[in-house]
Design a protein around this ligand. Structure first.
Ligand code: ATP
Length: 234
């Protein structure tokens, strides 16, 4: 569904990503792991068109996305749940969800989309009139995911969703991601919880210094070797 081919990108004169080639497929989780500063978030931003590419390309269903602005990519079934959740803290839970109902044409179906979100995340229904800033860490992460799902994207891009969550909530989160995968969605997941990411993923890519240093089917990943590469010991 999504293909990156030789992607180079960075910030101004500083290049961060070097020749990144990978694919995300329907019904599969593609995990990107790597140490702090490896360029994981930069990679997701390049996919969403938040950064210009210095070289290479991003294709969706075979069509090159060069020149397709971020807002239009959202209309093409790509949704991103950013690291740190990026909620509108002073707005209610429900208004945050409504912001995810994009493109505007889909707002006609807002009531149904809200109903689907509340069915998926019953705790958000209970808290729908509360300010997003008053939610617990776990609830805030659920809201960020629910907002990302409002437009029913075929490809969901999730940046470090388990960050700061209690273990029980991490379990819930990964169950939810497994359900989305079973629905046939493509998931591009950046995650620092390597063991959990590998257990859920179909393909695993290790990014270090802006380069993919290991790309493997998840079933072939040996966690110890992966960790050794992760910390640059091999
Ligand atoms: P982390 O796990 O810490 O979030 P990451 O793998 O997601 O790390 P990025 O956030 O993509 O890494 O950062 C990769 C590199 O790009 C880092 O060296 C960082 O300092 C740099 N960088 C990130 N954002 C910017 C920016 N807006 N302007 C300039 N440099 C940036």
């Amino acid at each position: 569904m999504l293909e990156l081919d030789g992607v180079r990108a960075g910030y101004g004169a500083v290049n961060v990503l070097w020749d990144v080639t990978l694919a995300a497929r329907a019904g599969q989780v593609t995990a990107i792991i790597g140490p702090n500063g490896a360029g994981k978030t930069t990679l997701l931003r390049a996919v969403m068109g938040l950064l210009p590419l210095a070289a290479g390309g991003v294709r969706l269903d075979g069509a090159d996305l060069a020149g397709t602005p971020t807002w239009r990519r959202a209309g093409l079934s790509l949704a991103m749940v950013p690291e740190g959740r990026m909620l509108f803290r002073d707005m209610s839970v429900e208004d945050n969800l409504a912001m995810g109902a994009y493109p505007p044409a889909r707002r006609a179906g807002l009531a149904q989309a809200l109903e689907r979100a509340y069915a998926r995340f019953p705790r958000l229904r209970e808290r729908r009139r509360q300010a997003a800033g008053a939610l617990s860490g776990g609830e805030a992460q659920m809201l960020a995911l629910a907002r990302g799902l409002m437009a029913e994207p075929r490809l969901l891009i999730v940046d470090e969703p388990s960050l700061g969550l209690a273990p029980r909530l991490v379990d819930e989160l990964f169950e939810l991601l497994a359900g989305l995968k079973a629905d046939g969605r493509a998931i591009l997941l950046v995650e620092q919880n390597t063991a959990r990411a590998v257990a859920l993923a179909d393909h695993v890519h290790l990014l270090a210094g802006g380069r993919l240093v290991l790309s493997q089917p998840a079933a072939e990943v040996e966690l110890e070797r992966l960790h050794a590469r992760y910390f640059g010991r091999t």
